[in-house]
Design a protein around this ligand. Structure first.
Ligand SMILES: [Zn+2]
Length: 279
């Protein structure tokens, strides 16, 4: 198997993976979607009653949205996650009570009129745990309204709930290959002249593609169709794939990919051990 990186940013990746098959690509796709853990807000506590600021002004706890909707919106905010550091709460040495290894605590303390954003989530303790995507609106507070919220984030996977889903737009397609039909060879000179950039040439009386990347295939096919429709076709290579995905920012694309592969590796090792132990 070979991997070529077309693009790798903090939050997205485009790869060409060759020497493999659709079931392997699909396993990787599913691992990226539903198996990688990340932190997300799971419990939200709202202060009830009036709130008085330093100048003695009184505010009513509340907002135009139901508390449940605010809690749901907070759950979807990407929380920066260090997978080396955190463990699942139910597997933690604290016995699930909550400790720095399994839980991040945040507070929101805002008084209206204002818009409460994801950046208003204030981590208790380590400030590096502040939300990076800080302009996600949560709710607009009117004059006299205030929110005092305590929230805890914990580890989960997309299999449990979509708020723990790290990757979006995960997909793959066959790598395109050019099929030059006999009909095309008959009109070789016309096609060589019609296709820009010298992408096609004539060799021994036959047409040959100079470039075969996906973009070149599309250009050749589109221009060739203008001369003789369907003389040049695009097929898919069933052993080579264009694979792409994005993350929500809680993990980088590279960390997500390595974690997904680790998870697949562990699953297959478990299967191997189970089979080896059979009599
Ligand atoms: Zn713990």
């Amino acid at each position: 198997m070979e991997i070529q990186i077309l693009e790798l940013t903090d939050q997205s990746a485009r790869l060409v993976i060759s020497g493999t098959s659709p079931p392997i690509m699909n396993a990787l796709r599913r691992a990226l979607l539903s198996e990688i853990p990340k932190m997300a807000i799971e419990n939200v506590e709202f202060h009830m009653g009036s709130i008085i600021d330093e100048e003695g002004n009184e505010f009513e706890s509340g907002s135009p949205l139901f508390d449940e909707i605010i809690a749901h919106r907070m759950g979807l905010i990407p929380i920066p996650t260090d997978l080396e550091l955190y463990t699942f709460r139910d597997q933690c040495k604290c016995g699930g009570e909550g400790c720095p290894t399994c839980t991040i605590m945040y507070s929101i303390n805002k008084k209206g009129p204002c818009t409460v954003y994801s950046g208003d989530l204030d981590p208790l303790g380590d400030k590096s745990l502040a939300v990076k995507d800080d302009l996600i609106p949560i709710v607009k507070l009117n004059d006299g309204q205030a929110l005092l919220i305590y929230a805890t984030a914990e580890l989960g996977t997309g299999r449990q709930h979509a708020k723990w889903q790290v990757c979006q737009s995960v997909g793959y397609k066959y790598y395109p290959t050019l099929v030059i039909t006999d009909e095309a060879h008959k009109y070789a000179d016309d096609l060589v002249n019609a296709i820009p950039g010298g992408l096609l040439k004539k060799k021994g009386g036959k047409l040959v593609a100079v470039e075969t990347d996906p973009e070149a295939c599309m250009i050749i096919k589109n221009h060739a169709d203008g001369i003789i429709p369907d003389a040049i076709k695009i097929a898919g290579d069933e052993t080579k794939f264009l694979f792409k995905f994005e993350t929500d920012g809680s993990l980088t694309a590279k960390v997500a990919l390595v974690k997904a592969l680790d998870i697949l590796d562990a699953s297959f090792m478990e299967l191997k051990e189970a089979i080896s132990s059979l009599k």
